[in-house]
Design a protein around this ligand. Structure first.
Ligand code: C5P
Length: 405
């Protein structure tokens, strides 16, 4: 979040029912120290009022090109922005941006803006999947626009599917990622082939039950997003999660620890860095029942066997070589640092990120985290409470430093 302090963000709001969530984005941005200029389309104004944004940002929020031209023109607004976020971005706005149209204040301002642009699409599934929208999104991506979401979830009218606007904090994380990728110094991972694992694994007991864990995948997805924005070629091996893969990332979905093992081991020779953010189940049932275990058959006893330890096998297989660079994660509650040091050595990793899972605002499921990064050379760095996007940035700083030797 510190990255936002002192920046000027252009918040574009277009006309979808989810426009009301833009008020929360404005609040998060202002809370992080950004100056926010809000521009609404006329459609957006039917869903949410200018006054809401003026109250939240303490600055004029505008709709019309023809108003206030003496104080701040669209050109001045566009030039002043360090980053622009369109939240929500309707199919219509995406089409206008892709085509370079400028028929209202938002599109005119964006045409005058040279800063990084983030769009958060929101629309019905049919519209999102329409060939025209797909094409427009590809055009925008090709132009360097960061597309965040949409999520797969409940849409207006009770429908469900891809097209749901990402939550405000996810959009703000994307803004931070876009800012971080803006300067040439932040393309420090250009061409680096980075594989990141994310989420938890599920170990089936029978066709309907599994052993799982609380990992949401948020930390691994944040790493994938920030690494991609810094120029890395990212492969994301993901356990079951509702999260949407960041733009430009090659996603491989897996369910069990064994599938994750196969996906990672099969790619060792193709990558420079492996970041093991996933919470891999240490044990699995020794066999999976082919039909559902019946309650009236009594309490079952489930035999467990050990899963392969992917990180430890990577470390052993690599031996004294220095590639791929290996980054592990550890969730600890007691004697955090010593437990982390032991694990770093045992697994043969280069860096170990220790999560403090004892705290309620860090670790599993939440959007913030607080970590300790241990380096095998004996150095350490404490990262205070921050969003997972920011933590990802700090972890990747350490990766970049190690890659450069
Ligand atoms: O031993 P522990 O589970 O605490 O170690 C955590 C680290 O090891 C994480 O980076 C996790 O992804 C990795 N791990 C693994 N395979 C396992 C268990 C953990 O790669 N079976």
């Amino acid at each position: 979040m510190e990255r936002l302090a002192g920046t000027r963000v252009l918040l574009g709001v277009s006309g979808g029912i989810a426009a009301y969530k833009a008020a929360l984005v404005a609040r998060l941005l202002v809370g992080a120290g950004a100056t926010v200029d809000t521009v609404l389309t006329r459609g957006a104004e039917r869903f949410i009022g200018v006054t809401t944004f003026e109250g939240l940002t303490g600055r004029p929020a505008r709709v019309e090109v023809w108003e206030d031209v003496a104080s701040e023109t669209h050109v001045a607004l566009g030039r002043a922005a360090d980053v622009a976020l369109i939240y929500p971005a309707t199919a219509h706005v995406l089409a206008k941006l892709a085509g370079g149209l400028a028929d209202d204040l938002l599109t005119t301002t964006l045409l005058a803006a040279t800063c990084p642009v983030v769009v958060a699409p929101a629309m019905h599934t049919e519209m999102w999947q329409h060939a025209a929208t797909r094409h427009n999104v590809e055009v925008l991506r090709g132009r360097g626009v960061l597309v965040v979401g949409p999520d797969d979830g409940v849409l207006m009218g009770g429908d469900s599917g891809p097209g749901r606007l990402v939550e405000p904090d996810v959009a703000v994380d994307a803004v931070v990622a876009a800012l971080m990728s803006a300067g040439p110094a932040e393309r420090d991972l250009d061409g680096v082939r980075l594989l990141v694992t994310a989420g938890g694994t599920r170990e089936p007991i029978d066709p309907v039950r599994f052993l799982g864990n609380r990992s949401s995948g948020k930390m691994g997805f944040a790493l994938a997003e920030v690494a991609a924005s810094r120029g890395a070629k990212v492969t994301l091996v993901a356990g079951p999660t509702h999260l949407t893969a960041p733009a430009g990332v090659d996603r491989i979905d897996v369910v069990t620890a064994q599938e994750m093992y196969d996906a990672v081991m099969g790619r060792v020779d193709e990558v420079d860095v492996i970041v093991k953010a996933a919470a891999v189940a240490d044990f699995r049932p020794s066999s999976t029942a082919t039909s559902k275990l019946k309650k009236d058959a009594g309490v079952p006893s489930i035999d467990l066997v050990r899963n392969p330890d992917i990180l430890a096998d990577l470390g052993a297989q690599r031996g004294d070589a220095d590639r791929p660079l290996l980054v592990g994660f550890a969730a600890e509650t007691d004697e955090v640092e010593q437990a982390g040091r032991d694990k770093l050595a045992r697994k043969g990793a280069d860096l170990l990120v220790v999560n403090d899972v004892g705290a309620s605002d860090a670790g599993f499921e939440v959007d913030t985290n607080r970590v300790l990064i241990l380096d095998r050379d004996g150095t350490r760095s404490e990262v205070p409470l921050a969003t997972k996007g920011e933590i990802a940035g700090t972890i990747l700083d350490a990766v970049g430093a190690r890659l450069r030797g």
